[in-house]
Design a protein around this ligand. Structure first.
Ligand code: NAG
Ligand code: NAG
Ligand code: NAG
Ligand code: NAG
Length: 260
């Protein structure tokens, strides 16, 4: 009797979360064949080819040595890319619904034999279309592996400079989590949270529910369930970083939950 009730309930919850996650998402697998749609089952996000967003450039596959199955952990959209041997500037044009004035997270990924380079920016759109351009700076042929757009709640990531202002991601850490690749299937914005811990901290965590829906930041449960405290309760928790550009300004957004 109970099983009969529970199974349909759990299934419908999964579908609901995935539907929510994808609203307004644009997920582009750059360089993939026409009509090829790929669903990342781990996070329930489907990727489309890039032909509808860009009219220049050529498709390439990465060499099999670095691709699946030789590289089983490679995120699928990174197995191909679009390169731009011609022109100094080549652009993708995205037209999300109601773009003007809306806040977005834009993430571009570049897979090069040794590393995946991911860059991310948060900003409000000033028009109905969003252009993402690759500019040839004389360092080789520009290419791109994946491009993702995620609508954000307009109430978040505000700065004293007002809006529209753009924030480039420096780091996003999941404190107290030490495994994994930083993708949470319960993050409604599909942010990537890099695992982070310090040798002078102890990890504390909970398996209880934590309500993180009280503001627009919507930190995923998986991330706020783990946290860190100093070995010695009288010590501080300290972060430091360096920058190449003395003119940079940093904004730090911290998330706290009482897990014990
Ligand atoms: C890349 O590989 C896919 C699948 O193996 C194939 O369909 C596609 O034509 C290849 N693309 C190029 C540019 O070679
Ligand atoms: C955006 O966040 C605010 C709280 O900061 C919340 O009241 C509102 O419902 C959120 N909007 C959406 C579309 O989630
Ligand atoms: C914790 O730090 C305080 C202040 O630095 C120190 O007095 C105390 O001895 C430390 N406790 C332990 C257990 O190390
Ligand atoms: C083979 C190749 O092009 N490797 C480069 C991939 O990117 C890293 C970091 O950007 C470079 O250091 C490698 O030379």
């Amino acid at each position: 009797m109970f099983v009969g009730y529970l199974t349909p309930l759990l299934l419908s919850l999964t579908v609901l979360v995935r539907g929510q996650l994808q609203t307004g998402f644009i997920s582009i697998d750059c360089g993939s064949p026409v009509n090829f749609n790929f669903v990342d089952v781990d996070i329930g996000i489907s990727y489309t080819p890039d032909g509808a967003y860009v009219s220049t450039g050529i498709n390439n596959n990465i060499s099999s040595e670095y691709a699946y199955p030789n590289n089983p952990n490679l995120a699928y959209p990174l197995s191909d890319l679009r390169s731009f041997p011609d022109g100094n500037k080549n652009c993708y044009t995205l037209t999300p619904a109601a773009a003007k004035g809306s806040l977005y997270l834009l993430r571009a990924s570049f897979f090069n034999a040794s590393d995946v380079i991911t860059t991310e920016i948060i900003g409000a759109s000033v028009s109905d279309t969003i252009s993402v351009c690759l500019v040839n700076k004389g360092l080789g042929i520009p290419f791109i592996s994946a491009l993702e757009l995620r609508p954000l709640n307009n109430s978040i990531y505000g700065t004293e400079l007002g809006s529209p202002v753009s924030l480039v991601l420096f780091q996003r850490f999941d404190i107290g989590y030490t495994n994994g690749i930083g993708r949470c299937n319960d993050d409604i914005y599909n942010r990537i949270w890099s695992p982070y811990n310090s040798p002078s901290w102890n990890i504390v965590s909970t398996s209880s529910e934590i309500n993180s829906n009280e503001n627009g930041y919507r930190a995923p449960l998986e991330v706020i369930r783990t946290s860190a405290v100093p070995h010695n309760g009288s010590d501080r928790l300290e972060f430091s970083w360096t920058t190449d550009d003395d003119a940079s300004k940093f904004y730090v957004y911290m998330y706290f939950a009482e897990v014990q």
